[in-house]
Write a protein that binds this ligand. Structure first.
Ligand code: SF4
Length: 383
């Protein structure tokens, strides 16, 4: 199994919390599509005919791309890679672009899953976050996705924002869970380096005080607890710290990353992993296009050591409800790494975890301390 990710690097404007690579000028869009098609062609041999099980168009805002250009990309992927017949094919979409005709055209291309960046059903919160859409547009977007007969819908929400307050977060959750969604990703607002919020705080702008006030760990914890309470009475189940799905609708693409599956990332700033090495495409559309047009290198490579692989496995799988497969730690990394993790587990508070069928699974108490526990289990932390 393998996965393909494509990064579409354009957004209409920058959300205040975002640190993903994206550009707000669409001038290079045609040139980018040509460079992207070239990259797909250049890397045709990389999966060695492994079957691709998931395709994910992310960004940026992929839904700013006309469907004619998307069709060229899909055509190129089908031509150069072996794509499974029952693939999970996701496109990220912003509510203001979730129009019926556009969604119908995506469906014609084979898209069968939409991930919509809703973030909140409260217009005041959306304004604070710098989103361009309204709560009403998000609701209409979900309706249009259904009308276009795409029946695997994921939405994102952001929590831990003081201006919303507990009651309004409750309202957000109640609206979200009343919608015909199969998947929910919920993330705490964090101050990401290079985000507008981060810069406002660093520059002590008049808005900085408000920014500082609008983020609080205790608020995030309270919001998460409310989320878990509401999810418990819904058909969605948690399968990763921030991800919830109706059983059977867990994101195959996310799971591919957690299972160390080979994946190819195309487009500026996209990452790839071939089982041994990690590749990073240059995070600039201009530099990416120039390098591809000139036949020059457009990525950096890092060879991962056994310890890097082990640490990555711990970091990714500890967040899932399946947990860390301890048997596989021994099989893949050897007895020294297995002995290390078992010794470290023995030092943890027993209320934080359980071991089930050779898997280390965090309890609710443990999930609240995931970062702390992860550091303890990493191999470098004892060297
Ligand atoms: S959050 Fe999404 S839409 Fe907003 S700037 Fe970042 S990539 Fe673009």
């Amino acid at each position: 199994m393998s996965a393909i990710y494509i990064h579409f690097p354009y957004c209409n404007s920058k959300c205040r919390y975002c640190n993903f690579y994206s550009e707000t000028s669409l001038n290079t869009r045609k040139r980018f599509i040509q460079a992207l098609l070239k990259e797909i062609e250049l890397r045709a041999g990389e999966l060695q005919r492994e079957t691709v099980q998931t395709i994910y168009f992310g960004g940026g805002t992929p839904s700013l791309t006309p469907t004619e250009d998307m069709a060229l990309v899909v055509e190129a992927l089908k031509h150069h890679f072996k794509i499974a017949p029952q693939i999970e094919f996701t496109v990220e979409i912003n509510p203001e672009q979730a129009k019926f005709d556009y969604l119908r055209a995506l469906k014609e291309l084979g898209v069968n899953r939409i991930s919509m960046g809703v973030q909140s059903f409260n217009d005041r919160v959306l304004h604070f976050l710098g989103r361009r859409h309204t709560a009403q547009q998000a609701l209409e977007g979900i309706r249009h996705i259904r009308e276009a007969q795409i029946d695997n819908i994921s939405i994102d929400l952001i929590y831990g924002i003081i201006i919303r307050g507990g009651k309004e977060w409750l309202h957000d959750l109640e609206v979200a869970l009343s919608q015909p969604i199969q998947h929910l990703s919920a993330y705490a607002l964090t101050l990401e380096e290079n985000s507008i919020l981060y810069k406002e705080l660093a520059q002590k702008k008049p808005s900085a005080y408000q920014v500082g006030k609008d983020m609080d760990e205790n608020i995030a914890l309270g919001d998460m607890n409310l989320l878990l309470e509401k999810i418990a009475n819904s058909p969605l189940k948690r399968y990763e710290i921030s991800n919830f799905a109706i059983p059977g609708y867990e994101s195959k693409h996310n799971s591919a990353y957690w299972d160390s599956t080979h994946y190819l990332g195309f487009g500026p700033s996209a990452h790839s992993f071939d089982g041994e090495k990690r590749y990073w495409n240059v995070p600039s559309t201009e530099a990416y296009c120039e390098a591809i047009e000139a036949g020059e290198s457009y990525f950096e490579v890092e060879e991962l050591s056994l310890t890097d692989h082990y640490n990555e496995r711990v970091l990714l799988t500890i967040r899932t409800t399946k947990g860390i497969n301890l048997k596989k730690i021994e099989e893949h990394f050897g007895v020294a790494y297995h002995a290390h993790i078992m010794n470290e587990i023995a030092l943890l508070n027993k209320a934080w975890y359980q071991i089930e069928n050779d898997h280390l699974i965090l309890t609710e108490a443990g999930i609240a301390l995931t970062d702390h526990i992860t550091i303890q289990l990493l191999y470098d932390s004892i060297m």
